[in-house]
Design a protein around this ligand. Sequence first.
Ligand code: HPA
Length: 274
Amino acid sequence: MQTLLQQINDTAAYLQKFNYHQAKAGIVLGTGLGELVQHIQVEKSIPYHEIPHFPESTVESHKGQLIFGRIGAVPVIAMQGRFHYYEGYTMQQITFPIRVMKALGIQHLLLSNAAGGMNPAFKKGDLVLLDDHINLQPESPLRGLNSPAFGTRFPDMSSPYDKNLGQLLLQAAADKGCTLHKGVYVSVMGPNLETRAEYRFLRMIGADMVGMSTVPEVIVANQLQLPCAAVSVITDECDPDNLHPVSIEEIIAVAGKADEKLSSIFAEVVKRIS
Ligand code: HPA
């Protein structure tokens, strides 16, 4: 069996044939959040199942393709759909595309996700910049990777989200007249949503929103010293004292409505990081 490092190099070499190594930024689009593609002059789009060593997305709301193109003059790679632990993948599979994009030479990483809002100030459709996170997923994507080729063994996490990228996002949002809150994201395994008692607990430990992704990718980005920033779209309001049933269809619909403003902010930031 090939080692993870060989696989990363293999996949990067395959994508290089289609110019993906020119990309300056990588973008990971979360559940129901595909609109950014409208801002990209797409030069190549490859379904995940055609890319060597890529896992295949099993979530219907995720398109599952890796796009190379330009936003303005800036070459980017966009993941239309990501991988989640609850789908059954290992943490190393989930974060494999981040390592490949870094091997290809990206210098910035932007991520989006759909999240439940626990901070009562957050309403459905709001955007929140991740200021910090709490990892409650069951495993680390760094477990077992002992080679220095993966990056430092014990990455510092005192500031996991890049301040400059965060500032660019806040400024782009302000310029567009959009509110971009700041908050702490807690990642859980899913795929079930939380009970009232769990929302109460997650709020109590300091989280403002909850979701099932992003943190593994951010941990790997930190190991790779790849500056990253992430934005949550609040898709449901998680007030334990007034909790309504919510379906994945509703979550996707709310994400879809906020997608346009999120995408225009991401597109603006990419143009400004050039
Ligand atoms: N909990 C966990 N993940 C989520 C939620 C939620 O309430 N909403 C969207 N993703």
